[in-house]
Design a protein around this ligand. Structure first.
Ligand code: F3S
Length: 385
């Protein structure tokens, strides 16, 4: 429906009007889906559909056209690319890099911030809680709704683009307070870490249809919050949850058991080893990288370890840590890029990876890559010396 709306543009319009018209058509089509004509002003937008691996030539042509005059009217961040175009460390196909650069250029021309990250809340403008935004990228949506108390639906690449141009989103679903109330609760009483939390969100996300609360024994680290949000975003439709919310004491509490998570683990852990290590799904910030390097305690990896992060996180890291020394330890960075929606592994000839990310494991499975899923501490212990 959206494609049809876009393609039937008016030939007589100038390009600025045409960009706005396309954006209006996208939101109108979405209005029909949500059965709501009401719109709400947004403070920021975050757009997915940046990797050339995902959008291909048709996406590139569309962006090239719309960016000739289209301009974003609010603070707009954008998702990672399919390759590190700043420094092609892994020698990815030059043609891919060229097309990826063109996509990046089109978004920047429209006024996007040079963010190229799936964690726009780490370095870029985050409105105060209670503000409405239009974010695509499911992990960021769940994180924003749940931990930052922002109000956003799970936008698609196109609807987030339209909202970024118009500065408004359809007033529906997660923008409406009553739709965000948790009507059920889960509890997990065993030991937790970033992997277990990912598996927990993955398990609950398969069952829950509505926002829920999870009772956990302690506060979570930033990495654990990201893991939870990303795993939930990758499965099911729930876009907001709460942790240890005492709000509604009457709601039914379901207990998740260790064996429930073992079942999820068996589904996602498809290999007993891996050829390389992929970390940073979702992107790590420099504090998370620092913590990881401290945990390494001078050890070196026995195989290459690739960390996905935004350019800013990388720059902050190499201000403190010597880049050459990190190279020696076989720690590399995939800046402004996503190692999952990328030709990276194919071009490296890798078919088995080690990661601590449930979201990465979920998508690698669909891309024919086998995964050895383990907690970060275990990765350091078993894969370095
Ligand atoms: Fe980010 Fe790519 Fe993972 S966009 S959340 S690194 S799948």
């Amino acid at each position: 429906m959206l494609k049809k709306a876009i393609l039937s543009g008016h030939k007589s319009m100038n390009r600025l009007d045409l960009a706005n018209d396309i954006a209006q058509r996208i939101l109108s089509a979405l209005s029909k889906f949500y059965e709501s004509d009401k719109r709400i002003k947004i403070r920021t937008a975050h757009i997915s559909g940046v990797s050339y691996e995902n959008i291909g030539d048709s996406g590139l042509i569309f962006l090239r056209d719309i960016s000739e005059k289209g301009k974003f009217s609010v603070h707009t961040t954008i998702n990672p690319m399919g390759a590190d175009v700043y420094n092609n460390t892994f020698n990815l196909n030059e043609q891919f890099i060229k097309k990826q650069k063109e996509i990046a250029k089109a978004y920047l021309r429209m006024g996007a911030i040079e963010s190229f990250t799936c964690t726009p809340y780490d370095y870029f403008l985050v409105p105060e809680k209670g503000n409405h935004v239009a974010w695509a990228e499911s992990s960021a949506v769940v994180y924003g709704n749940s931990f930052l108390e922002l109000y956003t639906n799970k936008e698609s690449a196109l609807s987030a683009l339209a909202s970024a141009i118009l500065g408004e989103a359809i007033y529906s679903d997660m923008h409406i307070e009553e739709n965000r109330r948790c009507s059920l609760s889960y509890k997990y009483e065993e030991k937790i870490n970033e992997l277990i939390l990912g598996l927990l969100a993955y398990h609950v996300g398969k069952k829950a249809e509505k926002p829920f609360n999870i009772k956990l024994g302690r506060e979570l680290s930033s990495l654990e919050k990201k893991s939870l949000a990303a795993a939930l975003g990758s499965i099911g439709n729930v876009a907001v949850f709460k942790i240890n919310d005492e709000g509604n004491v009457d709601r039914k509490v379901y207990e998740v058991l260790k064996k429930d998570l073992e079942k999820e683990y068996m589904e996602l852990n498809t290999s007993e080893d891996g050829e390389i290590i992929v970390l940073g799904c979702p992107h790590w910030n420099h504090n998370e990288i620092f913590n990881f390097l401290k945990e390494m305690n001078g050890r070196s990896f026995k195989k290459d370890c690739i960390i996905a992060c935004c350019k800013k996180a990388y720059e902050n890291t190499i201000k403190i840590y010597d880049r050459k020394l990190l190279d020696k330890k076989r720690i590399y960075f995939f800046k402004g890029a996503c190692p999952i929606f990328s030709p990276l592994l194919k071009e490296l000839g890798v078919s088995k990876v080690i990661t601590n990310s449930v979201k990465a494991a979920h998508y690698y499975k669909y891309r024919g890559i086998r995964v050895n899923l383990k907690e970060l501490k275990d990765i350091i212990k078993t894969e370095s010396e």
